[in-house]
Write a protein that binds this ligand. Sequence first.
Ligand SMILES: *[C@@H]1O[C@H](CO)[C@@H](O)[C@H](O)[C@H]1NC(C)=O
Ligand SMILES: *[C@@H]1O[C@H](CO)[C@@H](O)[C@H](O)[C@H]1NC(C)=O
Ligand SMILES: *[C@@H]1O[C@H](CO)[C@@H](O)[C@H](O)[C@H]1NC(C)=O
Ligand SMILES: [Zn+2]
Length: 554
Amino acid sequence: MIQQINNKHCCSRLSINAYFLIVVNLILIIVGCVLVFGHSLNLNREIFDPNHDEWSYNDPKWESLIPNWWDQKNFKPPVGPAEESTQEFWKSKAQKTLQDKLNSRINTNKAKNVVIMIGDGMGFSSIMAARSYLKDVSAELSFEKFHHSGMSKVYCVNYQVPDSACTATAILRGIKNNYSVIGLTSKVNLYNCSASHDEEARIPSIFKYAQDADKSTGIVTTTRVTHSTPAAVYAYAASRNWESDDNLVPDGCDDIGKQLIHGPVGSKLDVVLGGGLGNLMPEELGGKRRDGRNLVDEYKKQHKNSSVVYNKDQLKSVDPKTTDKLLGLFANSHLDFKLFANDETQPTLTEMTAKALDILKKNQENGFMLMVEGGRIDRAHHENQAHLALEEVVEFHKAVEYVKQNTNEEDTLIIVTADHSHPFTIGGYLPRGRNILGPGDYSIEDKKWIFSASYGQGQGYYNHFDKEAGERKSPRGMKYMEPTFKQPSAVPMDEGTHSGEDVGVFASGPYSHLFTGVYEQNFIAHGMMYASCLGPDDVLKNPKCENDAENEIK
Ligand SMILES: *[C@@H]1O[C@H](CO)[C@@H](O)[C@H](O)[C@H]1NC(C)=O
Ligand SMILES: *[C@@H]1O[C@H](CO)[C@@H](O)[C@H](O)[C@H]1NC(C)=O
Ligand SMILES: *[C@@H]1O[C@H](CO)[C@@H](O)[C@H](O)[C@H]1NC(C)=O
Ligand SMILES: [Zn+2]
């Protein structure tokens, strides 16, 4: 039967050959398509489009993306952006940079205003990764455009790897001290309340000097307003954990929340925006305070023409003309990560910063000092959640952009820095155009893709190590664009740690050139004090400050 059918349909030998050729050609065309398409995928950003990453990563064509750099004969390098392959591109880019540097002049005006902006945990690897996340690795973040930059050494007195309490003390008080201690020298042991009253151990914050000079002052943060970095603006604490009186604060010491509302510096702050409502409210009203005090009410009574706001709409409707004092508390604890936040109710870092500037700028005569913290980069890194962290870096970058555009370089010193870094690293040979959060290279050791973005320590370990198999899990199919995705970490730990390497300092405005080079982190406060004619008697004084004093006497 079969023979018969075959005979019927398949006519001559020649036509069998023709069929054969057609089939072979079709196969060749398909193979060719796969090769060409596969090759173009290699260069094509589309496949890593955040909206499609998961399916594309499960796509079998992925095999064609495995890099072959170890195979010299068949090596096919990835290709970068076309315009970058000309020498003219790099020449003119460098010449433009050179011209910009030649055009720039040293600004020795007195810094009437100072804005210190701290990206908590924003190390160099976070900056590089954020460029790639934002657009392309060649992108330039707002603060990279500043005329001057340097590096600060972040270790504290008793640890090589610091925390935010000792680093914020360095940046804002001009001394280094011990881990976890705020505003006090290293003579004060952690948790030693009585020692914290020793006047010699108490180092005033640069904000105290700004208030002494009748400047307006403010803080803006995405963390609790009582968290380490903002606390270093206004509080003394032998432990950063003493944010409210629920946390074993010994008799004789005020918790940080109380110092914010009633302390000599805290009570004079004109703008306080962030999270941490819980630390100011009594337990009965859903807060954490055991002393039953409602510090928000006390704030309102204490300050005429003050506003207290709790959400984005209320913040928007604050009229800077009639508001001299503004307290905004948008969460019981830290603000939500940007990727999880309800955009209807939680203001962005830029929106908070904008309102703060509107109020502080009213002090035309003496100027202002503002601290802005992008505080949640750090928390996300602790959780090994790089996607969340990079989104927070982008938010911080936007806030810096806003401050730069809404202040005058002639009279406003802007310092952008990080308090410390994280053991967050971009490894593997990630080709151009690829998603910084996705798999970037392939290990011929265990025949699996590797993630470029990874951590030294943290919980990410568990998501990437297969205990039963005793080997690394394959990244294939992992939903790495989910905001909660944890990048791999080398060592399991309850949470990721900080790291000890230097961080960047980016400066714009009067005396920004002081911030070039490599220096101890506590120098930053000294540079800011010199530029703005502030500080105790025993520091170098800018000759311009003398003239000011004379003017004032007249
Ligand atoms: C602070 O650091 C100094 C110097 O390393 C040390 O002597 C002191 O015990 C430390 N205090 C602490 C950890 O509370
Ligand atoms: C606290 O500091 C005081 C004064 O510096 C010191 O005499 C005392 O021993 C310290 N207490 C503790 C528990 O370290
Ligand atoms: C409150 O603001 C008004 C202007 O809106 C001003 O005249 C008044 O002096 C302010 N009061 C205080 C106590 O600052
Ligand atoms: Zn941290």
